[in-house]
Design a protein around this ligand. Structure first.
Ligand code: 6R9
Length: 681
């Protein structure tokens, strides 16, 4: 029953279980993967002990795994890894590298690439970063912050944001990073949920050439009564390239409101402290951070991650999936406000002593060559970004890519949404010149790190598939109607059997909701909320959120599949597909389609798109409505908000729900105005 689903189902046949006493530096062959995978499932204690040995502990854990997934048991859902281990995350990301080899103090830890390309970029070494983190940790201590206190971080994507995270980790404070694009209302909601007493922010940030007020949004948030727990606000000053900034930024600093006794400039506070700060010795199960993520209903969920298991997991996944070699330059374009920024801009890379790029800007500013220019400028070897970015860049002429060199690239990665084969191929062939493997990593805020992912060169890739589970991860698909496990090949709701060290332990202050959302749907399993098809060869194809699956005339159709088909048409830049109620077919299929630059809308094109979908997926799949939409409602992290699109097409436009997390809420009004379905009302 517990035999994992893998290529030819042969994982347990003829597989030699890993018998060495430590983990290899790289996974080079499929046999090596199979051997270690089998060990990780059959003897997780031995596997994860070896993984934990990649870190430095004050007290190495004697207990490795102690977890219960079944809410029906007396113990209930309870997840503990390395429970008697004592460790500090910041020490493992910084100090230990230098203690092992003092020369590492001079190795670049972070490369900062500012929003405006002509601004000076900054390199900061491991030695400098450690010194700055210690000093800032002392500033937090000076303001009374201690182990277990919650610290809200509302920062632009700058080095100081990383310093703030690491300083919290150093003293055992629990950080809650709120993405700098969130409204003051959303920040207030997140501050009050975790009863934070301190906020770290910046006077402003700059993105896409625009000034983003941060401190003033905090001022507004703190006027709300639920935020009266906050006693201190530490404000970093954006200090570089001021000469290039527009007047409104400069003006903003001059007119900043200041609450004496509450607000403090970080640079002034840093003058008052020294750089001696011993790391706090933390229990492996002490909380490291809270990160809010939106649920399908209700207020945001405060995903709680702990110390030892999280670091062990992000350390190992980063090392193996990016096959990181010492000295390589790595860039992940995610903001530190999202889990990808936590795990794969800061903690994973630094725990591996990597050099990681911190990018303040966006892929389309000052033009759509931006990413590729950065790759050349910093000679980036590993580049990790989101399909939505790839699709938006791919809509423009290839010359924006091909005029750049990109020879430094060795590996490409994607995360965040299913990547359609069309975009995958463009990324592979145009960006990577067909030379670089692509790691399509499926994971979630809740999982802490990669779950289903290729390991480069260990097995064949297929465009659009996240391929196989990482060590320790056993996938199981279920039939949504019968609730029964499915044999592969099939498609169903994706669950994970048994625990892995990187997973969230709870929702902050609401363990019941944690169980209801993730453990009640399929007792004994973690429920991902995603659909997945597992093919005969064991490869996993994520079909999108299960609430995004359409059921039309008895056929289950993943919206991601239809979207993928639509974007194969040369005229299409992006597509979002949702269902609406249909009395005969159960659901009708509504396709929002963004056309590429300079493509004209026409009924002819509509017909062609319908034909493309039928040709690609099958004649039973027939888009009912094609709505040409120049813009789609997206979260600030670039995910299309299908929940809102569903409301528009239902139509139920008076119950759109929370639109505050949208990048541009006016897009919604425009879609309502132009939708043939809203004209029905
Ligand atoms: C890391 C992150 C999680 C949801 C997840 C799924 C989608 C992420 C994906 C993917 C297909 C991939 N998702 N990676 N879908 N292929 N490689 O994005 O976390 O923001 O919590 O989103 O994103 O639907 O359930 P988070």
């Amino acid at each position: 029953m517990s035999s994992p689903t893998l290529i030819d189902n042969s994982i347990t046949n003829n597989t030699i279980i890993w018998d060495k006493s430590s983990l290899p530096d790289k996974i080079q062959t499929f046999d090596e993967y199979k051997s270690l995978y089998t060990l990780s499932i059959e003897d997780p204690n031995r596997f994860w002990k070896m993984a934990a040995e990649r870190l430095n502990w004050y007290h190495f854990p004697t207990k490795i795994k102690n977890t219960e997934f079944d809410y029906r048991t007396e113990r209930g859902v309870d997840i503990k890894w390395f429970e008697d281990g004592i460790i500090n995350v910041c020490y493992n990301c910084l100090d230990r590298h230098i203690e092992k080899d003092p020369n590492i103090a001079n190795q670049i830890a972070l490369i900062f690439e500012p929003d405006i390309p002509t601004d000076t970029h900054h390199h900061i070494t491991y030695g400098e970063l450690l010194c700055k983190v210690k000093k800032f940790a002392n500033v937090l201590k000076k303001h009374g912050i201690k182990k277990g206190d919650r610290v809200t971080i509302y920062m632009p994507m700058v080095i100081e944001a990383c310093i703030a995270l690491l300083a919290c980790a150093r003293i055992g404070a629990i950080h809650s990073v709120v993405f700098g694009g969130f409204s003051s209302h959303s920040v207030a909601e997140r501050i009050s949920d975790c009863n934070g007493t301190i906020v770290i922010t910046s006077d402003f940030g700059v993105r896409g050439g625009k000034c983003i007020p941060l401190k003033s949004k905090i001022d507004q948030a703190l006027l709300m009564p639920e935020c009266n727990t906050v006693k201190t606000v530490i404000v970093f000053q954006r200090y570089y390239g001021m000469e290039n900034l527009k007047d409104d930024c400069v003006e903003r600093r001059k007119t900043l409101e200041w609450v004496n006794g509450r607000d403090f400039w970080a640079h002034e506070e840093l003058e008052t402290v020294n750089d001696i700060c011993e790391p706090e010795q933390m229990n492996a199960e002490d909380p490291l951070f809270i990160l809010y993520t939106s649920g399908s209903t209700g207020k945001p969920k405060g995903i709680l991650h702990t110390t030892g298991g999280y670091l062990t997991y992000v350390n190992l996944t980063f090392k193996y999936v990016f096959a990181y070699n010492p000295g390589e330059i790595y860039m992940c374009s995610a903001d530190v406000g999202w889990i990808t920024g936590h795990s794969y801009v800061v903690y994973g890379p630094l725990a591996n002593q990597a050099t990681t790029v911190v990018f303040e800007g966006i892929p389309t500013y000052p033009d759509v060559s931006r990413f590729w220019n950065i790759i050349d400028k910093h000679q980036i070897n590993i580049f990790y970004t989101a399909p939505t970015a790839i699709r938006s860049l791919m809509a423009h002429n290839d010359s924006y890519v091909t005029k750049t060199n990109r020879q430094s690239l060795r590996l490409l990665g994607t995360v965040g949404e299913p990547i359609n084969p069309e975009a995958w191929r463009w990324y592979c062939n145009v960006v990577g010149n067909g030379r670089c493997p692509i790691v399509d990593t499926w994971w979630q805020t809740e999982t802490g790190g990669f779950m289903i992912t290729p390991i480069p060169n260990a097995w064949e890739l297929e465009a659009g598939s996240a391929t196989l589970p990482f060590f320790g991860i056993q996938t199981q698909i279920f039939d949504e109607k019968t609730r029964k496990p499915l044999e592969i090949p099939d498609r169903g709701e994706l669950c994970i059997r048994d625990s892995w060290p990187g997973q969230a332990r709870s929702l902050y202050g609401n363990h019941k909701r944690f169980i209801d959302v993730y453990f009640k749907p399929y007792p004994g399993y973690y429920f991902s909320g995603d659909g997945c098809e597992i093919k005969k060869n064991g490869y996993h194809w994520i079909t999108g959120r299960v609430d995004d699956v359409l059921v039309i005339s008895g056929h289950n159709i993943g919206t991601a599949e239809v979207e993928s088909a639509l974007v194969q048409h040369v005229a299409v830049a992006e597509a979002a597909v949702v269902g609406y109620p249909d009395p005969i077919k159960n659901q009708g299929m509504y396709c929002f389609v963004t056309l590429k630059d300079n493509v004209l809308e026409s009924d002819e094109l509509r017909k062609e798109l319908i034909k493309t979908v039928r040709d690609v997926i099958g004649a039973h799949v027939h888009p009912d409505i094609i709505h040409f939409a120049p813009n789609l409602p997206k979260t600030r992290s670039g995910k299309i908000m299908r929940r809102i699109l569903r409301k528009i097409v239902e139509p139920d436009i008076h119950n759109l729900g929370d639109t505050s997390t949208l990048n541009d809420p006016t897009v919604v009004d425009e879609l309502i105005r132009t939708s043939p379905r809203t004209k029905l009302t």
